[in-house]
Write a protein of this length. Sequence first.
Length: 403
Amino acid sequence: MKVLISGASVAGPVLAHWLHHHGFEPTIVERTPELRHGLGGHAVDLFSSAAEVTRRMGCWDAIEAARTRIEALTIERFGKPPVEVDLSRMYAGISSSHVEILRGELTKILYDATRDTAEYIFGDSIASLHDDGNGVDVTFDSGTERRFDLVIGADGLHSNVRRLAFGPEEPLRRWLGGYLAVFSMPDIFNVGNHTLAHMSVDKLVGIYGVHQTGQTRSGFLFRTPHELHYDYRDKDEQKALLVKEFSDYGWKAPQLLEHLASAEDFYFDSIAQITLDTWTSGRIGLVGDAGYCPGPAVGGGTSLAVVTAYILAGELASNPASGLKNYERIIRPMVESSRRIGPKLMGTIIPGSPLALRLMPFAAATLPKLPTSVQRFIWSQNAVGKTFSSVDLLESQVRQSIT
Ligand SMILES: Cc1cc2nc3c(=O)[nH]c(=O)nc-3n(C[C@H](O)[C@H](O)[C@H](O)COP(=O)(O)OP(=O)(O)OC[C@H]3O[C@@H](n4cnc5c(N)ncnc54)[C@H](O)[C@@H]3O)c2cc1C
């Protein structure tokens, strides 16, 4: 069977690898003219089940070698002493295995693992899809027309395949109350392999080092009472919006914002989930953020993308006729769990009240000092911990599905 996959980031190449493994012929179409790889992009997490999938792909050594190596976090607040957090110990309490890697590095590793077994088309996009029950006729923006047995959208939060097959994004989007901006800049504060975060009510500014380049990524997260209106294509408007939000914040924000104008990899988006409840329609399906983005930076989206792509390929191989529907049934509990993480983690990462601002750093610093089993028990008993127990629940559901 010939399968067209839209999107060559995380879910797309993982799906292509496993489809080829099971005897399918995958083609990946990616909108960008070349692979979005290298040291750009943000840091993402692979928790144990996703790590296991990449291990089975033979990618683990490369992923381990490229990890960010950030193991410590310093949380600062106005008028309070800094709080040190041991991130390695904290992740050990959440998952039996964890690696943090830049999304671009992960994409490159997954591409290298699939470039000889999948057909890659860069700089093109699907313009129209017609599913006649026996196959899908696809027209590309370039004008090329081809027919495939299946088409899978792995094209992210603002998925093109989802729009074409399931309708516009707006009614399917659940805004979680905040915004997120990330950009690269020189390491002017010597953060090295460290993360610095400064929190206040409704705002967070963070800086982490990228050891491969000696640069840093600056991240700004903030909550607003109402959704902001801006042109999602206009980077200058988004930069101005960020400056307006943080111009009088203090701490290191003014120096960070000085590098905004020259930032080439500036990313700005609302923190939103996709709430679609069906991810297949006839011979068309969705995987990863395209189908069920749990919210950028707040929901373990990368692990979910890796594991669900693996499950989708396995179900199609077991039964090509009912594979899409079986995939949908199997992943539903983990998608629902992942949806619960985002809103909780939003309240933890960006404290929503003075009480949360006091409690979060205290919990983050104290829990990693406890034995892993005790950490897990405590996290399962309190509001901050329920955020993490959702990740854990997701982990156990995923484990059952891939073993
Ligand atoms: C700032 C930020 C921070 C994040 N932090 C974390 C984190 O700490 N931990 C974590 O686990 N996750 C994090 N995430 C989420 C994570 O990046 C995603 O969950 C993950 O990348 C999903 O993979 P995907 O392959 O489904 O989609 P994506 O990685 O979004 O990839 C979609 C691909 O489709 C391509 N595409 C888009 N439109 C088209 C089209 N029309 N035609 C063809 N191709 C197209 C895109 O160019 C891209 O290559 C973060 C996300 C952001 C934005």
